[in-house]
Ligand binder design. Structure first.
Ligand SMILES: Cc1cc2nc3c(=O)[nH]c(=O)nc-3n(C[C@H](O)[C@H](O)[C@H](O)COP(=O)(O)OP(=O)(O)OC[C@H]3O[C@@H](n4cnc5c(N)ncnc54)[C@H](O)[C@@H]3O)c2cc1C
Length: 515
């Protein structure tokens, strides 16, 4: 697409292959993935710039850090964040420093910093962002989607992706169900100045959990040390559920007085917001030419810090598939694998955050239950399972039976290619699939040749061990086919029938496609 056309009315219609509604973490990541694959993509973002009122999410888990490493941009995030063992389940810390990953930790990094850095990369890739505009609706037909913008113009696209957050206009306009459960708790969250000295840290009381922190902090020996000065981040239970409208400073004062007996002289808020444990997931991540990703597809309590991470990983699963469909390399049925793979991952996140919300209630019996659960999940085997789950390192897409690597993320091994040390992730920087032959000789040269324009073919040697999180050591594969999202699509020895099948399934029939 990418051509101008007219619609027969006053509105200008400019074309893009893909329009993304929403330039938050998910939309930005998806735009970059599409652009890397050579797709004409544009973002429509309601905000005038990428600054965010409030810091929101507090960090990244290991798999998201790996995903950024796969694209060669992880150092930008590591340079501004703080590496620490801050992952856990229901506030029970679970250390992953012994995990077989180049990044066996979480990264303390506020969402506004994350978005700024990500937006910088998206800017370098020259993705157009239509800022200060809203998608108000769309109409799709067999050939594309008319995306309606707030100022009355329409953008024509082959595909529209709703990355427009939990209240997604795209999801609602598509009529996609959003089943789940209503909130059982509500919290006010704010960044304010105080004249008093609130007790920094998390406080669990019979009336609920509240916390005070500083945006500026350092993590030392696993403990958060807040720096002096700057605004205070407050989190406090809201007395009743179902309040409507934006919360005010008076609401925050009242909630603080109810639980602390004082409001610590709070004033000058830069951000006041509310979050709940509403837990819902889109029944379908796709309706023909319209797809959903990130919070638009799933909402849940922020406990455990999974939302942003899951959204970014949705984007990395969807980006290359959508690119191949747009370019005519793959049939559009490839997009169904996006729902098939990511919906179960989202459902598990929802289940686990609901469990954490329940375990974090502060009545005596739940406290006792949490202690019992803590005893169990800090035992070595359960620790690995729960930690890998929250870190996103245990995700396996169901690609059928076979080698344990099949459907899982490839570890970032240090191999040798033509006698030069090379990391596997370095081969994924451009988001292109790669077939690595670890065996002797060039067993699949001619048979793989038809895919040479789209699949990198590498002969490498690696003599170290193959270890996967939770699973442990696995048999060294002779060869692996790695998708652009870093998941293994085929494991084998030389050219077997299944390799051609996997290449066709994921990367299309040779000689098809326009680019
Ligand atoms: C207090 C709190 C703490 C959290 N902590 C964590 C954490 O530690 N780790 C974690 O992983 N997650 C955390 N989360 C969740 C995380 O903030 C979200 O999951 C994440 O922002 C989702 O990203 P997104 O891009 O899908 O949606 P959003 O961040 O909501 O972005 C949607 C974007 O779309 C734009 N938009 C909306 N509607 C339209 C429209 N119609 N047209 C154009 N643009 C539109 C919005 O302006 C916005 O920029 C936390 C959330 C909260 C509230």
């Amino acid at each position: 697409m990418g051509l101008s056309s007219s619609k027969g009315d006053s509105s200008a219609v400019r074309g893009h292959d893909v329009v993304i509604a929403g330039g938050g973490p998910t939309g930005l990541m998806l735009a970059a993935e599409l652009k890397l694959a050579g797709v004409d993509v544009a973002i429509v973002e309601r905000r005038e710039d990428h600054s965010l009122a409030g810091a929101r999410a507090g960090g990244l888990h290991a798999r998201t850090i790996e995903v950024l490493d796969q694209r060669g941009i992880v150092e930008r995030f590591l340079a501004e964040g703080q590496v620490a063992q801050i992952g856990g389940f229901a506030s029970v810390k679970l250390d992953i420093s012994d995990f077989p990953s180049r990044h066996p930790y979480s990264l303390g990094l506020w969402q506004n910093q994350f978005e700024r850095i990500l937006a910088g990369w998206v800017g370098e890739l020259s993705v157009p962002i239509h800022r200060g505009r809203e998608v108000t609706g769309f109409a799709q037909d067999d050939a594309g989607v008319d995306v309606e913008l707030s100022e009355g113009t329409t953008l024509r696209a082959d595909y529209l992706v709703g990355c427009d957050g939990g209240r997604s206009t795209i999801r609602k306009s598509a009529g996609i169900d959003f089943p789940g459960s209503d909130p059982t708790m509500s919290r006010l969250i704010a960044e304010v100045e105080t004249t008093g000295q609130p007790p920094l840290g998390i406080h669990r009381t019979a009336l609920g959990t509240y916390s005070f922190g500083k945006l500026d902090y350092e993590i030392r020996d696993g403990e958060i040390l807040y720096k002096d000065g700057g605004p205070t981040r407050v989190m406090v239970p809201e007395p009743q559920l179902g309040a409507r409208g934006e919360p005010t400073l008076d609401d925050l004062r009242a909630a603080l007085v109810a639980i602390c007996g004082t409001d610590y002289g709070l004033h000058s808020p830069t951000w006041i917001s509310r979050f709940t444990d509403m837990t819902r997931q889109a029944a379908a991540y796709r309706d023909r030419r319209v797809l959903l990703a990130g919070d638009a597809a799933h909402v849940h309590s922020p406990v455990g810090g999974q939302g942003l991470n899951t959204g970014v990983q949705d984007a990395v699963n969807l980006g290359w598939k959508l690119a191949q469909v747009v370019k005519g390399i793959s049939p559009d049925s490839l997009l169904d694998s996006y729902h098939a793979e990511r919906h179960p991952v989202g459902a598990r996140v929802l289940r686990n955050t609901m469990a954490q919300v329940a375990l974090l209630r502060t009545d005596d019996r739940t406290e006792a239950l949490r202690e019992v659960v803590a005893e169990l999940i800090t035992l070595d085997e359960p620790r690995k399972r729960f930690a890998a789950m929250t870190a996103g390192l245990d995700i396996r897409y169901d690609l059928g039976p076979g080698h344990p690597l099949l459907g899982r993320r490839i570890p970032d091994l240090e191999m040798r290619i033509a006698d030069q040390p090379t990391r596997v992730f370095a081969l994924l920087h451009r988001a292109r699939p790669v077939l690595i032959n670890f065996g002797e000789g060039h067993a699949f040269d001619s048979k793989v040749a038809p895919w040479a324009d789209r699949v990198q073919r590498i002969d490498a040697t690696y003599s170290g061990g193959w270890e996967l999180p939770v699973i442990g050591t696995v048999t060294a594969p002779g060869a692996v086919l790695i998708r652009p999202d870093g998941h293994v699509a085929w494991v084998g020895e030389g050219m077997d029938a299944k390799l051609a099948e996997a290449l066709t399934m994921w990367f299309g029939v040779p000689d098809h496609g326009k680019g």
